[in-house]
Design a binder for this molecule. Sequence first.
Ligand code: VGL
Ligand code: ZN
Length: 227
Amino acid sequence: MPADTAAIDTARDALIAVDVQPDFMPGGALPVPGGDAVVPVVNRLLDLFAVAAATQDWHPAGHLSFASSHPGAAPFSRVVAPYGEQTLWPDHCIQGTPGAALHPGLRAERFAAVLRKGWRRDVDSYSAFTENDRKTPTGLAGWLRDQGIRRVFLAGLATDFCVGWSGLDALDHGFGVVLVPDACRGIGIPAADGGARDSTAEMLRKLEARGAAFVPSGDLRPGGSPA
Ligand code: VGL
Ligand code: ZN
C-alpha cells in the first residue's frame, strides 16, 4: 500500500463501480436506500482514475437467488444451495432488462471493462472476483493485474453484499482495498440473531478487521504516478 492512502496513483489504482444499476435504486426491484446518491459521486471519482471498471449483476430468469425460484420462500429468507447458504432476493437484474443496465446517469464511457456476474443460473455471485460457490473466478483479478493494478477503490451497491464481498476477495487476492463510504450504500438486513449490527455494519467491521481502508471521496486527490 502506498504510504498515503488518499493519493491516487493512476498507474496502480483502479476504481471499481459495483452494480450501479436501476434495479438497486429506490423504486427498483431490489432497492438499496439512497442508492441513487452514489451516481454523482462515482461520476466525480472517475476523473481521478485512469483505470476504472464496472460490474453488472446479470441474472437469467429463474435464477437460484430469486425467492420466486423456491416455492413458498420469502425474499430475504435463506436457503441452503449446493454450495452453501444463499439469501433469497426479489427477482432483480434480469439479463437484458432496463433494470439490469448500467445506470443511465453514469459516465459509462469511462469504464475500460464491464464485468457481468451472477449469469450462471445455479450460482450467485456477490463478489466481482469469485462466485458464491467460493471457487469460480470471474477473471477480474487477472484483468486488474494485467493492467498493473495493485489497489482497488470500491464504490457502488450494496455495501453489505456485492461491494463488501468484492472488497474481502480483493484483499484475498493481494490488492490493497479502499472503500469510499459516500460512494456506497447498504441494504441493511437486521441481524438474524437480533444483534445490534445489521448486515452493513457487520460487513464494514469485517472489511476493517481485514485491513481495508475507508476514505471519503472528498479526501481523495491526484497523487501522480511515480516513474
Ligand atoms: C446484490 C443482492 C443480490 C448487490 C446483488 O449488488 O449487492 N445484492 N444481488
Ligand atoms: Zn443479484
